[in-house]
Design a protein around this ligand. Structure first.
Ligand code: G4P
Length: 287
């Protein structure tokens, strides 16, 4: 296993986020709905220091809806409000400001009782790279934020983006890092393309993905690659490799002697998987 978790990165990210916590009322924690646990930072509770938090399971258009539902329940049991969303199409986005306000209900009620008119809820989006933070910010803002900020000559300080009249969003998200202590976390991230597969062995990444998919999502897999029988022993590497070879043959990844080029087959398989060609899937379930 060659991927590493750099404590230096995390210390810096943590400091930057904690600076921003002083300015905001709620945190919107973005995770990937296909792997909600592996795509979050395990130290998140400690980092956020009790700030009210909404968990958004983004890219839910790519995840197994039944498993996403289980995750929402799971987070609820942990005491967090959670919602599934798809920042690309905008599905589930309208609810975010409403839920952010819901998190501050008690505070808002107290203010109203004292005759104070509550100001807009101030929020910060946090998450690991590639979970869709920029897409969500742009979607909530209704325009492209990064494009304006990146214009030469425009000095970019901390800016607030108005989301309707009830929420204001910090324009730069807080970036967290995943932790790969458990190597399965690294593999799940690599299967979805959240981390570059080159830092892992591509055949190992594909093997990990195939093993999970043939077990839980056999039908779309079988259909796409014209496979015959579902493996019976998922723990037997030979059975999984036989599936990968069948995929390779189907895609014409042959080398001299009729052997299958597993590296090439792995690359093709991962590309098709990420492009959604094998349908919706989740790589981990809470129960
Ligand atoms: P980040 O700021 O957290 O690093 O993530 P970013 O918004 O850049 O999104 C990373 C990739 O995920 C982008 O794809 C983006 O389009 C895609 N994405 C974000 N939200 C969703 C979602 O809800 N569903 C789906 N299916 N995809 C989502 P990309 O290939 O890197 O770029 P592009 O497709 O925008 O060209």
């Amino acid at each position: 296993m060659t991927i590493q978790w750099f404590p230096g990165h995390m210390t810096k990210a943590r400091r930057q986020i904690q600076e921003k916590l002083k300015l905001i009322d709620v945190v919107i924690e973005l995770v990937d709905a296909r792997l909600p646990q592996s795509s979050r930072n395990p130290m998140i509770d400690e980092i956020l220091q009790g700030k009210p938090r909404l968990i958004v399971l983004n890219k839910s258009d790519l995840a197994d809806p039944a498993v996403t539902k289980q995750w929402i329940e799971f987070f609820k049991e942990e005491g967090h409000l959670a919602i599934a969303a798809d920042a690309s199409s905008g599905h589930g986005i309208k609810e975010i400001p409403l839920l952010a306000k819901e998190l501050l209900k008690e505070k808002i009620e107290k203010q109203l009782a004292k005759g104070i008119n509550p100001r807009a809820v101030r929020a910060l989006i946090v998450g690991i790279p590639n979970v869709g933070k920029s897409t969500l910010i742009n979607r909530l803002a209704g325009r492209s934020i990064a494009a304006t900020g990146d214009r030469p000559g425009v000095t970019k300080g901390q800016q607030w983006i108005k989301v309707g009249t009830e929420m204001e969003l910090l324009d730069t998200p807080g970036i967290l890092w995943p932790k790969f202590e458990d190597q399965n976390v690294g593999y799940r991230l690599a299967v979805t393309g959240a981390i570059r597969e080159e830092i892992l062995n591509i055949e190992d990444v594909a093997f990990f993905g195939v093993k999970y998919l043939v077990k839980y999502y056999w039908e779309p897999f079988q259909e796409r690659f014209d496979l015959k029988e579902q493996p019976t022993d998922f723990e037997n590497p030979d059975e999984i490799v036989a599936v990968m070879e069948a995929v390779g043959r189907k895609r014409g990844c042959l080398v001299s002697g009729g052997r299958v080029d597993l590296e090439k087959a792995s690359g093709i398989l991962l590309r098709e998987l990420r492009a959604g060609k094998l349908g919706r899937y989740s790589l981990e379930a809470p129960y």
